[in-house]
Ligand binder design. Sequence first.
Ligand code: KIV
Length: 267
Amino acid sequence: MDRKRMTVKRLFDKKQAEEKITLITAYDYTTAKCLDAAEIDIVLIGDSLGQVVLGYNTTLQVTLDDVIHHTKAVARGIEYALILADMPFMTYQVNSDLALINAGRLMQEGNAHSVKLEGGQEIAPTIKKIVDAGIPVMGHIGFTPQSYFKLGGNRIQGRSEADAKKMIADAKALEDAGVFSIVLELIPAELAKRITEAVDVPTLGIGAGIHCDGQVQVSHDILGLLSDFKPKHAKRYKNIADEITDAFKQFKSDVSQGIFPADENSF
Ligand code: KIV
């Protein structure tokens, strides 16, 4: 079958057909090419960029220009996946006009196909304005990393029935505002099931259990690119940091011993 480009419509069709959706983050051209070769549905240039690439403690320091720069690189490596760019802290909270301008920059300058922003009912009017301008928006509720200090760290959200009910109302408000999908981060699996049943748009979980319509992961977590960081919600498929360090050690040893460059590497 001919492979087609992923679209927001096709994601919706996947939910209807009960086919699971996959989303993985990328921040560069090389990783983007690998994700496209693996037929991942959505590639997110997340503001996790701040932690896993730029070495910050939180996502709060990431700027719109940072995300545009990395989205451009990712977009050059993608032929099929839906390209989703995160709207960083303070690029959409101030007012909806600024939010629309900034979402537009991610599309025009970054070559994104869609944008993601964090928040529930309070952000719904802003989302509606961006969607009405023709820009597909993904919502993000549960643990929202840009509210790290307000939430008191990386904590599971929605444990009480009152919080769970509010989160279901948030999801419905986002759907009414026109999102094409919603990320559910760090919430009990049972609550993710309730939200997934309450909305028609696909839910994508990260630390939200098996009942979501799809799963999200940060590429560095599943590749083992940061050997000292292993979140419970991630499954490590490789230990790439160890392999890279080994390769660098071998190079150093070869150079020290005069084994590299060999004849075949010389002119
Ligand atoms: O920035 C990011 O990587 C994200 C995912 C955790 C959903 O927002």
